[in-house]
Design a protein around this ligand. Structure first.
Ligand SMILES: Cc1cc2nc3c(=O)[nH]c(=O)nc-3n(C[C@H](O)[C@H](O)[C@H](O)COP(=O)(O)O)c2cc1C
Length: 390
């Protein structure tokens, strides 16, 4: 059995940070972050496919100096990973969104604020530096939706990310079993779960219940996070289509990124529509279970895009070597979801930064041990691709 480090700063891997979060949180909250849809086949295969691909290193190539910078959508990032949008983080730790935004700025990379975040667009803009993107789901209430992206524009967010893999919510059975459902009910089992983590409970009570700040006002809902969450669920626009996305493209004059692309033909159509980047993503296995692992979908999208726009990917990134493999298969950069989320939830500002440092240090080491000194050198040539894999 793995022994747990006593403090976040002693965590040596993303898995350590995950286990610290697990120890800290009530099960229903940990499972909300950790879990996926139905049998969690996609959630697990996102991770597993990275493990199945072996590296094929080169030797004697003078790797004492390593450069991890990358040009992405207009300017440089210091590491080839950015923070993926993740909602409802305030349930796990007060201020976790801001911790991630500040850590991303310190790391020299991009932070993406979820429209379901527990910190507002304006708070992030006020308290964190660095490059920032805003992620939105398409809501039925178009006035509210466009006002939301107006706010992101006014707050100088440089990119708008539209997530397109959530016309309806996925079936997340851990949440159902834990009664972490929408609308939220304080059942006896949830109450017991919270009482089993007194330190967490007292911090939650002293800071107050988190609120999905950017959704306040949607259909006149109250400020209760659970009511708002349920209203967001009801307000996703399942009829959203290519024409609606075109309207968003015409409206938003900065970088537009579309997240949740798996099929090469969709990527081609998005280029024709004028988007600036696609994110190969299955929402971390939280939506359509048995959807293809993102590492398997990546090469097809990369080929179809043919360097015309940027290709990002997420899902299953837990090691620096995962980032290396995604780049080898043609990603310009990756987004980190749970990997950095667990850092922020387990240790706030320093935990978020620690997670990013772990990933960066592992990436640098992987590059050195593989015999490359800069990202542009990383290619399929450094992967041992068995028949039938990738
Ligand atoms: C707790 C949680 C909340 C999420 N919230 C959002 C969200 O609000 N918007 C979105 O586009 N994706 C959301 N995602 C998906 C992530 O952006 C990302 O696609 C996914 O976490 C990548 O998989 P990984 O966690 O295995 O790295 C969420 C993921 C998690 C784990």
């Amino acid at each position: 059995m793995q022994t747990l480090p006593h403090s976040v700063s002693k965590a040596v891997s993303i898995e350590d940070l995950r286990l610290i979060a697990k120890r800290r949180l009530p099960t229903c909250i940990f499972d909300f972050y950790d879990g996926g849809a139905e049998d969690e086949i996609t959630l697990l295969s996102n991770i597993q496919r990275f493990r199945e691909i072996s590296l094929l290193p080169r030797i004697l190539r003078s790797v004492h100096r390593i450069d991890t910078t990358r040009h992405l959508l207009g300017s440089e990032i210091k590491v080839p990973f950015a923070v993926a949008p993740t909602g409802a983080l305030g349930f796990g730790r007060h201020g976790a969104d801001l911790s991630l935004a500040k850590a991303a700025a310190e790391q020299g990379t991009i932070y993406t604020l979820s429209s379901s975040a527990t910190t507002s667009i304006e708070q992030i803009a006020r308290h964190a530096q660095g490059r920032q993107w805003f992620q939105a789901y398409i809501l039925k209430d178009k006035d509210f939706f466009y006002k939301l992206i107006d706010r992101a524009y006014a707050a100088d967010f440089e990119g708008l990310m539209i997530t397109v893999d959530l016309p309806v919510g996925g079936k997340r059975e851990r949440d159902n079993k834990n009664s972490f459902s929408i609308p939220f009910k304080l059942s006896p089992s949830v109450a017991l779960d919270f009482l089993s983590k007194p330190a967490f409970l007292s911090s939650l009570l002293s800071k107050g219940m988190p609120v999905l700040e950017n959704m306040v006002g949607l259909e006149g809902e109250t400020r209760s996070v659970n009511h708002i969450a349920s209203s967001v669920g009801r307000n996703y626009d399942a009829s959203f289509n290519w024409d609606d996305l075109k309207r968003v493209r015409d409206y938003w004059h900065r970088k537009l990124i579309v997240k949740g692309v798996l099929h090469p033909s969709d990527a081609i159509r998005l280029i024709e529509l004028g988007v600036d980047a696609v994110v190969v993503s299955n929402h971390g296995g939280r939506q359509l279970d048995t959807a293809v692992a993102t590492l398997d979908a990546l090469p097809g999208v990369v080929k179809a895009v043919d360097k015309r726009i940027a290709v990002l990917m997420d899902g299953g990134i837990r090691r620096g070597s995962d980032i290396f493999k995604a780049i080898a298969l043609g990603a310009d950069a990756v987004l980190t979801g749970r990997a950095t989320l667990f850092g922020a939830i387990s240790g706030g500002d320093s935990g978020a930064l620690h997670a990013m440092n772990i990933l960066k240090e592992e990436l640098v080491r992987t590059m050195q041990l593989s015999g490359v000194t800069e990202l542009a050198e990383i290619s399929k040539d450094f992967l041992f691709l068995k028949q039938g894999l990738v």
